[in-house]
Design a protein around this ligand. Structure first.
Ligand SMILES: [Zn+2]
Length: 342
């Protein structure tokens, strides 16, 4: 996130996006109406209702207190919990290296980072920077990369400004972090929100319109609405459908694009279990547990019959969660069935 500091330098946050998820820009089309605001790359939000553990890798008592306060801005509105218990299994690990800027991996990408390494660095904490980084940690992208934003950058000026202190970015990094926009089918929500804390502060000289943005240091009303909506972390949780092991398949459907269905089952006896979908709909399945909605055990796309997902895995006793979504996150809908057998 960009910040005007006393020395008038720009602090700009960058998302750490894993290589397989590097977004490609494409020609922009105008947005269709009726979508909620704020943007989240599809598939990177945590399961609704998740309890996320946080481990500090350094930091003064004052820095840690600031983190707890600003992380709490999100949990006031989102159906998520942060537990600051320095757990060895913590999903979010925060370093405070002043030489490494401010950044965070996005949402569930944090799970792919080795557990000794930070998933977030708070090299500076001006204004709402910490809340901004926690926005990434719960799966939000940069608002200025919202394809509905209509920002026309003055590219040479932006590239030159960020080549200097304190960012020292090369052109490719500037393009990835600032200039490239997400494609419409890669994000949930839209309508550019100029009040978003996920927006960079930038001066008027950076854009062709000459109109810059102001520094947003609190969550906007619109992003609060978005984060509490059914597209993010609603308080009324997605009801997990109970599956009985070795019962007949349960019918389900993806009623609208981007919908994620949730199933749960309880293993009483250890052993190899098979969770599989049936039907003509191309679905992707993730399995979490035991007794955790954030510990990913397995993920599958097409191992089952036809386009179906199938996970075969040895399970110990406990409660498990299977999350199912359409392969085509932007457009896919359709019915399918799911069963668990042992
Ligand atoms: Zn950022």
């Amino acid at each position: 996130m960009a910040r005007a500091t006393s020395s008038d330098t720009e602090h700009v946050c960058f998302d750490r996006v894993l290589p397989r998820d590097l977004f490609r820009p494409q020609a922009l089309a105008p947005p269709r109406g009726g979508r909620v605001r704020a943007i989240a790359p599809i598939g990177k939000t945590w399961m609704n209702g998740s309890v996320l553990h946080v481990r500090f890798l350094g930091g003064t008592p004052a820095q840690r207190a600031l983190v707890r306060e600003q992380a709490g801005w999100w949990t006031e509105v989102a159906n998520l919990q942060f537990v600051f218990d320095d757990s060895p299994q913590a999903e979010i690990r925060i370093a405070f290296d002043p030489a490494d800027g401010a950044w965070s991996y996005v949402g569930t990408d944090c799970r792919g980072i080795p557990s000794a390494e930070p998933t977030m660095n708070l090299g500076f904490t001006d204004g709402g920077t910490t809340a901004h980084e926690f926005g990434h940690a719960i799966g939000l992208a940069h608002e200025h990369q919202n394809p509905a934003g209509g920002i026309v950058w003055n590219e040479p000026v932006v590239i030159a400004a960020l080549a200097g202190s304190p960012n020292f970015w090369d052109e490719a990094t500037v393009r990835h972090n600032v200039l490239d926009k997400y494609r419409f089918d890669q994000v949930k929500g839209t309508q550019f929100d100029p009040e978003s804390i996920m927006l960079y502060f930038f001066p008027g000289s950076w854009v062709k319109s000459g109109i810059g943005t102001k520094s947003n240091d609190v969550l906007s009303a619109l992003e609060k609405t978005f984060i509490a909506s059914k597209d993010a972390y609603p308080r009324i949780p997605v009801q997990a459908v109970e599956l009985t092991i070795n019962a007949a398949p349960t019918s389900a459907s993806i009623g609208k694009p981007g919908e994620e269905d949730l199933f749960t089952f309880t293993v009483k006896t250890s052993g190899r279990h098979v969770i599989e979908t049936g039907g003509q709909t191309d679905v992707v399945m993730k399995l979490f547990g035991p007794n955790s909605q954030t510990k990913l055990l397995a993920e599958d796309d097409d191992a089952g019959v036809g386009l179906n997902a199938r996970i075969a895995v040895s399970l110990i006793p406990g409660q498990y969660f299977a999350q199912v979504r359409h392969y085509n996150k932007a457009r896919g809908t359709g019915s399918y069935s799911i069963k668990v057998s042992r």
